[in-house]
Every structure is written in structure tokens, then in C-alpha cells.
Design a protein around this ligand. Sequence first.
Ligand code: TPP
Length: 340
Amino acid sequence: MSKPHLVSSKSGFTLAPELLVKMHDLMVRTRSLEERLIKMYKQNDGFFWIGGPGEEAFNIPLGLLLNKGQGPKYDYFHGHYRSMGVLLTLGADPIDALRQMKNTASDPFSGGRNFCGHASIKKWNVAPISSPIEVQYSIAPGTALGNKRAGDGITVVTGGDAGTAEGDFATCLVWSSRPGNELPILIVVTNNNWGISTAADTQHGDRVIADRGKAFGMKTMVINGNDPQESYLKIKEAMDYIRKEKKPILMEARVSRLYGHSSASGANFVTNEEDPLKTFEDRLEAAGILSKDQMKRIWYIYNEQMLADAQKVRLEPQPSPDSIWDHVYCGQKGKPGRYV
Ligand SMILES: Cc1ncc(C[n+]2csc(CCOP(=O)(O)OP(=O)(O)O)c2C)c(N)n1
């Protein structure tokens, strides 16, 4: 019996057209937001940009497959600074990302106190995104343990390839795979082949990061994170296994990095890497699912929306100095948490 999200097709697509169209829409929305954030940075409407253009074909399927909610019965997501596609797919409003870029008091993630792309959404189990890289990997086994005790929720953690050199990554592999105490966790490495300006092949002796999971007896997967269909199907397969077996998987998703590392390296579009959105659009057109004109219209709508939102955010106030201690310590100085 065929699964509901699958249809047979001669186009190379096996996912239902409605799902492909939805993924395309979310990919364009995410890219438009990232490009607006970059423009804001270049127009002096923010201090720093970092984000995930090039990772949409992986992040949107991941966001669609997470079981969203609050508490250990639902999935936890420990993302990193390239996770915007996951957050928008979960339902985050792009204007809040613009607010964090502009450091306005209305930024719901940090009250204007953190870099762009550093969300924290308690009501959907999105753990605070951290600037120190990789710490999410040593925290994630904690929520996975909570998931295991509470039901069928799982934990998903993502981070970059270079960061796997840090001890937190090894901590995650060890604590997720203790014999008899394995945890329901999808450990993802989005491998873009770069750590700022350090090329992966000058840094790691191993060619396949996912292979490190084999030493811990865990299932491993390497996927083309530039293909939204492959990402969707492989993430689903991994999540089904983790929910059923309550065991970890280490997944390496090969992705592009389309605007360099961050604003620190210029944030200019690179032409020597695959743009997964462009590839997807060519395939959608060839399959007769969307025409170039229809796709142009989607781009136009989101570009206009991001521009209007950025203009609105420009008029919103910055946090007042007396809010400096808010949310630093629960119940101590400052106001109690109002961001949920
Ligand atoms: C603990 C820590 N060490 C170093 C840095 C500086 N730093 C920021 S991003 C980065 C590279 C990360 O590369 P990778 O893990 O491959 O992720 P990518 O940015 O390529 O997605 C480094 C070294 C940091 N933020 N935190």
C-alpha cells in the first residue's frame, strides 16, 4: 500500500505535488528572509548577520516532520545559527527574526539582546540557539532522556561539520548510545565543507563524519541535504526508527553555504556552490508542477512582505537600559520571563 505522502511519478519526484509546492513556498520564504536580513546588515540596520541560505532543502523538511509542542511528550529541537528554515516551518513569524537583527525590544527571542538567528521558543521545545558552537550537542541528550521517559517524543540536534571537533559532539555520541540506555535522538551534522575559512579536507582525517557513529554502535546516514525530497524521505525514515526503537541515529546532510560564513566574511552570494532552491525550481518546472511565472510570483510576494516588515521594524524602539538584567536569572534581578 502506498504511503499518503507518496505518489508515483515519472518526473523523479515521488512526494505528492502538494507537499512539493508547500516545501518550495517555505524555501522561498526562508531565503527571502535571509536575503532581507543581509540587506539590513548592509544598510546598517543590524550589527551582524549569520544564517542558513543553502540549507533550506534540509531545514524545511525537518521542520515539517517535527512533532511540535511543549514538554517531553513532544519533539525537542536544538538548532544552530543556520536553522531559520526549521523555525519558519514550525510557524515562527519572519518579522521576529528581523526584530532580532535590528535588536528591538519587541524581539520575542531575546528582547533585542542577541544576534540574529538566535531563537528560543519554549512553547515549541526550541532550545535557545547559542553563539558558542556545539554546546547544543551536549545539552540535547538531556531532553532525549526526558522524551524517552515521557512517550514517543524525540530530540533533534543540528550543528556544523567543523564544530564536530569540539568535545561536546563526542559527549553527545557517548551519552546517546550507552548500551541499554540508548536515547531517542537524531544527531544531525549539516556538512557544508567549511568552518569559517577552514576547508574540511584540511581539517578532518575522516571523509565521512557520520562514520564516527559506527564506533558507538549507532545507525548512521549520509544524505543529500540539497535535495528536499531526499531530505524529507530520509529524515522521516530516521525519525520513524528513532520513535519506534528509542535509539539514536547520526545523520550527515551535505549542504551548500551560499553567502559565505557570515557578515564577517562579506555575506556575498557565491556562485561556485549548488543553489538547492534553483535546482528544485528547475525540477518543479520540468515536472509541470509549477511554472516559472508562478514561482516568480511567490518570490515577489515574499520579497515585498520582508521589505514591508523590515520598514516596520525600523520604527520599533530598542530595549531600555534598565532591562539589562531581565531574563538573566529566573526570579532574580529584572523582570520574570515573559517570552514563552
Ligand atoms: C566554542 C566556539 N569556538 C569557536 C567559535 C567561532 N566559530 C563560530 S562559527 C565557527 C565555525 C563553525 O563551522 P561549522 O561547525 O562547520 O558550522 P558552519 O558555520 O560551517 O555551519 C567557529 C569556529 C565559536 N562561536 N564557538
